[in-house]
Design a protein around this ligand. Structure first.
Ligand code: ADP
Ligand code: MG
Length: 401
């Protein structure tokens, strides 16, 4: 069972004055220092506020991007901590390091109800180390900053990392409300989803999503494939895809998935037309071609309009939909129509719709949709996929007691 913050508080006889380390997922897309989608920051606010209102001295740990285990100003959490402070509307102090002198002084200076944000945990090589002892050493230092740990970064619970996994072994712990909400929704997708259950997959990496495809084929009624990953599927069927994104190493696995879909009676819908352009640029002049007519010197950057219509029709009568991965390079307007069509179709569904994935969530917002037009917008892409795949997520397993 995952313990709640309420239960943790009871254990302590109240959290007033206690130092509580919260692992949040503040890994937002940035354009320089400008946050282009603050969804994850917003999603992190309720747990931090809850702890603050209980009088805890709240210490927030999070990562941003992939710095190489050392301080790198380009990956400083400062702009994100600034946004968090605005949203919290209570004092939030920023440490200039993760577990060093600044972190210690900042945490020591906290009054009950105040919040400190540590620098990017990935500035420390121990955070992501594969060596248990290295992660353990960093986790030890994190643990000295707190009396209890609350795991609220759903987007990272599939990672065996120091601030997610190891530190939970060192401190009394609980799952934050965000993690509990996310798990509750994903559980509904794995236990008796209302049918038809439609899964839409896109995005850039087949390799990330292959594992989940096979387990989804055992549960879903229809599987729709778009985005960059469609080209590996087309390649697996002997179709030439020009300069489109492909992962040739995964062609065999994709072929097996296609056969498995046929065997299990799942409708596998692959695009029939595609938007192509000579380059990935908003200025490129796009055209629509059949999937077997992709010019050798061009790349496919969105599903075509006929495919978008088929996908829309396959989604509209669903009672459950899980969608991960944009249908095209939605960041550029000429290639956003497929993603928009799928998003629109989801908003008409009478049932549970779940959008998972950092880029997918950013896509719906940047296309002008509101979160409440969907049943649930998950903050975690990889984490939700691994959950649906039936894998044990280290960051959840470690909380289970
Ligand atoms: P999520 O974060 O939602 O899990 P991914 O990270 O897998 O999604 O993929 C998102 C990225 O996929 C987007 O940045 C988008 O531009 C890219 N993408 C979608 N379609 C294509 C395509 N046809 N070619 C290249 N990249 C694509
Ligand atoms: Mg992504």
């Amino acid at each position: 069972m995952l313990k709640t913050v309420d239960e943790l508080a009871t254990e302590f006889g109240g959290l007033e004055g206690r130092r509580v380390l919260v692992r949040s997922d503040l890994n937002v897309p940035l354009d320089g220092t400008r946050i282009t989608d603050d969804g994850r920051v917003r999603a992190s606010v309720p747990t931090i506020l809850d702890l603050s209102r209980r009088g805890a001295r709240v210490v927030v740990a999070a990562h941003l991007g992939r710095p190489e285990g050392k301080p790198d100003p380009a990956y400083s959490l400062a702009p994100v901590a600034g946004r968090l402070a605005e949203l919290l509307d209570i004092p939030a102090r920023q440490a200039t390091d993760t577990v060093g002198e600044s972190a210690r002084a900042t945490v020591d200076g906290l009054k009950p109800g105040e919040v400190a944000v540590l620098e990017n945990v990935r500035f420390e090589p121990g955070e992501t180390s594969k060596v248990d002892a290295e992660r353990g050493r960093f986790a030890d230092r994190l643990a000295t900053l707190a009396d209890a740990f609350v795991s609220d970064g759903f987007g990272v619970v599939h990672r065996k990392q120091a601030s997610v996994y190891d530190v939970a072994q060192l401190l009394p712990h609980a799952a934050g409300g965000l993690v509990l909400d996310e798990v509750a929704v994903l559980r509904r997708l794995t236990e008796q989803p209302d049918r038809p259950y439609v899964v839409v997959l896109g995005g850039s990496k087949v390799s990330d999503k292959l594992g989940v495809i096979d387990s989804l084929l055992a549960r879903a009624d229809r599987l729709l494939i778009g985005g960059g990953m469609m080209f590996t599927f087309l390649l697996a069927q002997g179709i030439e895809v020009g300069r489109s994104l492909v992962e040739p190493d995964h062609v065999d696995a994709v072929r097996r998935s296609i056969a498995l879909a046929a065997d299990s009676g799942v409708d596998l819908l692959l695009p029939t037309d595609v938007v192509v352009a000579p380059e990935i640029s908003a200025e490129a002049s796009p055209s629509v071609v059949a999937v077997d007519q992709i010019p050798g010197d061009q790349l496919g950057l969105d599903i075509g309009p006929a495919t978008a219509d088929r996908f829309r029709a396959a989604i509209e009568d669903a009672r459950t939909v899980f969608w991960n991965g944009p249908m095209g390079v939605f960041e550029l307007p000429p290639f956003a129509a497929g993603t928009r069509a799928v998003a629109e179709a989801l908003t008409t569904v009478d049932g549970l719709t779940v959008v998972g994935g950092g880029d997918s969530a950013a896509a719906i917002r940047s296309l002008g949709f509101a979160d409440d037009q969907f049943g649930h917008v998950s903050t975690g892409g990889g984490a939700s996929l691994e959950y649906l795949e039936g894998k044990t997520l280290p960051g959840l397993a470690v909380l289970d007691d």
